[in-house]
Design a protein around this ligand. Structure first.
Ligand code: BG6
Length: 466
């Protein structure tokens, strides 16, 4: 085991919905890479639950394919080690007896090893199953540590955390009957992306930007997550979500908070202080109102209605909106959030545009979250020679050039390691989730009474034409 991670205690990881799409595409390949990099605790047991009959060999074959697609190499020794760690059980999440047998299984593992294991429950299941599973985990006593009163039980939950403010409040209150806040790890995998993690360090340790980080020097901020892919068969999910709930409510607002929250050079890096500062900022983002509704741009890609077999669907696959932050640092600086599917590119970035005077060219700082991860600064320079023309030039930090790294650990590797360690820094708290919904709630209510105005766009469109 990696000596830096010696705080990860021996653990049992239960993946609910192990045969589902997210598990096969993200969670299991992330575990493969963690085994390969020797990042897991010495004694680790993984139990996958599935409603369907699926054999370990079948599942491992799929993991192998995902890993191959990802990194073009598949280490057979690692796969074997993984296979020895993993078992699959057929599990009906509505049947209490299945939770009790799981508890028995834990006891056997702990008795055999003569020690207590932490438990981590990863709920990779449809939103409607989250509440009921948590309730049964609680009622069967699986929310506690092992029988000697030692060990931790933790929950890893995927977004969406509710579908609007009320449902989020309801879900939070239901979960809190059985799990305390320090046991709950709400995943926002964008926070675990390499460049997103760099925002905090970059702002804290580069004094060159300290005095420029406000409305006096910054003319606007843009946070964009543009995708080439469409909804990829997630028909039910997307018809209940749309771009606003799928990406803006969580990933984009979280990224925005990292950019605009108070970070001072001598700030504490304690998890609770970071969450406090982030929450303070989230509460200062002004909820959308009748004035700002008008500036919301919505689009739907041309084949969407056919894909979801709903000729009347008013679900947006593209959204761009403007927000403002009501505090001394930011009031008056427009902030644009934009996301969409079936566009001409895959690109997630945060652009900070600086104010310039009497010049056409622009000066900006961009955090490239993906692809080609890095940070660049666009400067205005004079063209060489006997001319007084100006040009834009780039100073570019790229992980690839600086660290000779073409790939980074996937965000899900970081998510798993942090949850195993019990480090909640990169996870969203319940208060943050509610504060995010509060920003969007007036718009969601407005949409209930007024039809959405959607621009239909061709797949592969440039977002600036929507
Ligand atoms: C998920 C959304 O949270 O993020 C998806 O539900 C989206 O709709 C995905 O495609 C994008 O993640 P990434 O890491 O590929 O940018």
């Amino acid at each position: 085991m990696n000596p830096n991670l010696n705080i990860i205690e021996n653990s049992i990881l239960v993946i609910f919905g192990v045969s589902g799409d997210l598990s096969r595409r993200k969670i299991l390949p992330a575990i493969y890479h963690l085994i390969k990099d020797n990042m897991l605790p010495e004694k680790m047991t993984i139990i996958g639950t599935s409603r369907k009959d699926i054999s370990l060999d079948e599942l491992m074959k799929e993991v192998e394919l995902c890993v191959l697609e990802d990194s073009k190499v598949c280490d057979q020794k690692v796969l074997l080690k993984f296979k020895n760690m993993l078992s699959i059980i057929k599990f009906d999440p509505t049947n209490m007896n299945h939770y009790l047998s799981l508890k028995e299984r834990f006891k056997k593992i702990e008795d055999q090893n003569k020690e207590c294991f932490n438990r981590l429950y990863y709920l990779s299941v449809p939103t409607s199953s989250v509440g009921p599973i948590i309730k049964k985990l609680g009622l069967s006593g699986l929310n506690k540590g092992c029988s000697h009163g030692l060990g931790k039980s933790r929950l890893l939950i995927e977004k969406p955390f509710g579908n609007d403010l009320d449902s989020a409040k309801h879900l939070i209150s239901e979960i809190s009957k059985f799990f305390k806040e320090d046991q709950i790890f709400r995943i926002d995998h964008y926070l675990a992306k390499e460049t997103a993690q760099n925002i905090f360090a970059f702002r804290k340790h580069n004094p060159v930007f300290w005095k420029l980080w406000d409305k006096n020097s910054i003319s606007s901020i843009e946070v964009k997550a543009l995708e080439k892919i469409g909804i990829e068969n997630r028909v039910d999910f997307y018809e209940h979500m749309g771009a606003l709930k799928d990406l803006v409510q969580n990933h984009l607002i979280q990224l925005l908070s990292l950019i605009t929250m108070e970070i001072k050079p001598n700030n504490s890096t304690q998890t609770s202080d970071i969450h406090k500062a982030k929450l303070k900022l989230l509460k200062q983002i002004m909820p959308l109102n009748r004035q700002t509704f008008k500036e919301v741009r919505l689009g739907q890609y041309k084949n969407y209605k056919k894909e979801v077999s709903n000729p009347n669907s008013d679900i947006e696959t593209y959204v761009k909106l403007k927000l403002e932050i009501n505090n001394r640092r930011w009031l008056g600086t427009p902030i644009y959030l934009e996301t969409g599917k079936a566009l001409d590119r895959k690109s997630t970035e945060i652009v900070i545009n600086f104010k310039t005077k009497n010049i056409q060219q622009t000066n900006s700082l961009t955090f490239r979250i993906q692809p080609n991860e890095g940070i660049d600064i666009k400067l205005i320079v004079k063209e060489p020679g006997l001319t007084d023309k100006y040009k834009e030039a780039f100073m570019d930090f790229s992980y690839q050039k600086t660290f000779n790294q073409t790939t980074h650990p996937d965000a899900y590797e970081r998510v798993l390691v942090d949850a195993l360690k019990g480090d909640q820094t990169l996870f969203a708290t319940s208060a943050e989730v509610l504060a995010s919904w509060e920003i969007l709630e007036p718009l969601l209510k407005y949409w209930k009474k007024h039809p959405k105005i959607l621009k239909i766009y061709q797949e592969g469109s440039n977002p600036s034409n929507i």
